[in-house]
Write a protein that binds this ligand. Structure first.
Ligand code: ZN
Length: 225
C-alpha cells in the first residue's frame, strides 16, 4: 500500500465511524415513541452499533501507527501510548466471536441439509439466515433448494435465484415486516445482491430501514433511505 492509499483507507474508516455515529444519533431519538419491548430491542441495536464504533476507533489507531511506522520516523508510535498488539479492544474480540457464532448457525444448517462445507471445492450452495422481529428464516439458493419459492419481490434476475431472495421472500410471504433486520450469509454477497443493491431493494419492500449483513468477510450496517 502507498501512503496515499493508506490515508484513503483511513478516511474510509472514519466515514464508517461517522455513519455509525449518525445512525446511533438518529436511532436514539425515536426511543421516545417506543413501547417497552421496542426500547429493549432498540437498545440492543444501539449497543451493536456502539461496539462497531469502538472497532472503527481501534482501526483508526492502527492506521496511525502503520503510517508512522512506514512513512514517519516511528516517533509517534513509540512516544504515544498506542500499541497495536496490546490494544485489541474487548469490543473487537467480542465482535469477532459474535461473527463466528452467527456463521456457526449456518454451518449447522448445512449439515442438516447435507450440503458440503461452505467455500469448499464441491460447494455450490449458499445458506442465509434472516432475523426479522422475533422470527428467523433460513434460505438456500434456488439450484440447491428443495423447497423453491416463487419470488414475488421486485428484484434483479440474478439475485432472484440467490439465497438472499429465498429468505426475504419467506418473511415477505409470512407478512413479517420490521424496520430492522439481520442477514447472515455464508458467502460474501455477489455484486447483484450487494453492490448493485439486490438485498437492499428486497429489504426495503419489507419496511426495513436498518439492514445488518454478516458474511465471512465481516459485518456491515446499511441504512435504507
Ligand atoms: Zn447474489
Amino acid at each position: 500500500m502507498s501512503l496515499s492509499e493508506e490515508i484513503a483507507s483511513f478516511r474510509v474508516n472514519l466515514a464508517r465511524t461517522l455513519s455509525c455515529l449518525y445512525t446511533i444519533h438518529q436511532a436514539s431519538e425515536d426511543l421516545l415513541e417506543s413501547s417497552a419491548e421496542e426500547i429493549s430491542l432498540k437498545l440492543a441495536k444501539l449497543q451493536d452499533l456502539l461496539s462497531e464504533v469502538s472497532d472503527c476507533h481501534q482501526s483508526s489507531v492502527n492506521y496511525l501507527v502503520d503510517i508512522d511506522q512506514q512513512w514517519g520516523s516511528g516517533q509517534f508510535s513509540k512516544s504515544s501510548k498506542v500499541n497495536r498488539s496490546n490494544h485489541q479492544s474487548a469490543a473487537l474480540k467480542s465482535n469477532k466471536k459474535k461473527k463466528i457464532d452467527e456463521l456457526q448457525s449456518l454451518v449447522d444448517y448445512r449439515e442438516k441439509m447435507g450440503f458440503p462445507v461452505a467455500g469448499s471445492e464441491e460447494d455450490n450452495a449458499t445458506v442465509t439466515k434472516l432475523q426479522i422481529g422475533d422470527k428467523t428464516y433460513f434460505g438456500v439458493n434456488s439450484s440447491r433448494n428443495p423447497n423453491r419459492r416463487k419470488i414475488t419481490l421486485r428484484v434483479n434476475f440474478i439475485s432472484r435465484t440467490h439465497a438472499e431472495a429465498d429468505v426475504f421472500q419467506q418473511a415477505f410471504d409470512a407478512g413479517v415486516r420490521s424496520d430492522y433486520v439481520k442477514l447472515v450469509v455464508d458467502r460474501d454477497p455477489c455484486r447483484a445482491c450487494g453492490l448493485r443493491g439486490g438485498i437492499k431493494g428486497m429489504a426495503r419492500q419489507l419496511g426495513v430501514k436498518t439492514l445488518e449483513i454478516i458474511s465471512p468477510s465481516g459485518r456491515q450496517i446499511i441504512q435504507i433511505t
